[in-house]
Design a binder for this molecule. Structure first.
Ligand code: ZN
Length: 200
């Protein structure tokens, strides 16, 4: 997978994330004009964060628990106001497409290591899937396979085989079906198709 594909996808993710956050800002602005009490709570939360940061720098150890309690109290007030206005509690959160990675494409595990999110992995898979012919699977599969386009005449001189091309392709098809049916068996060997470029 070329590096550019991942880079392009990550650019897309960044745009998506910014869009969700701008969208939230617009939503907030509208709502705060309608319900100024919510704006007051947000201002209070911001001021609280600044004063707590200052207190921590001044080694005031009581301030963290104090801060947590006050934040909880203010958030509860906020939720109450939202509820009274028939608004969802998520109304004041960015509406990210992926709730796991918040549209960053990566998640942080418990060991603080970051890992590609399943949404990004899926996008990369889709791209490689579409690039391969596998995406034609609904048209080209075992049930639409037509051995009759192969000759049933044995021609040792041309094919160096004492079976007809039709019988040969039927054998290949049966081998492929066996391979698929036993795909999860560790004893199963890989299939290798060889031939000139462009042959199907
Ligand atoms: Zn994700």
């Amino acid at each position: 997978m070329p590096k550019e594909i991942l880079e392009d996808l990550l650019k897309e993710y960044e745009q998506k994330k910014i869009r969700a956050e701008l969208d939230l800002e617009k939503r907030k602005e509208k709502l705060y004009t309608k319900i100024p009490a919510l704006k007051n709570i947000e201002d209070e939360l911001n001021n609280l964060a600044i004063s707590t940061a200052k207190n921590i720098l001044l080694n005031n150890n009581n301030s963290i628990q104090d801060f947590k309690n006050k934040v909880k109290e203010l958030n509860n007030k906020k939720l109450e106001i939202l509820k009274n206005n028939n608004l969802n509690i998520n109304y004041l959160k960015p509406n990210y497409e992926c709730k796991l990675c918040n549209d960053t494409g990566y998640i942080t595990k418990n060991n603080y290591k970051s890992e590609m999110c399943s949404c990004l992995k899926q996008k990369l898979l889709n791209i490689s899937f579409n690039k391969s012919n596998i995406s034609n699977l609904d048209k080209e599969n075992f049930s639409t396979f037509n051995e009759n386009i192969f000759s049933d005449k044995i021609n040792i001189e041309e094919y160096k085989y004492n079976i007809s091309p039709r019988q040969n392709i039927i054998n290949i098809k049966n081998n492929c079906i066996r391979f698929v049916e036993n795909f999860d068996n560790p004893e199963t060997k890989n299939l290798l198709f060889t031939g000139n470029t462009g042959l199907r």
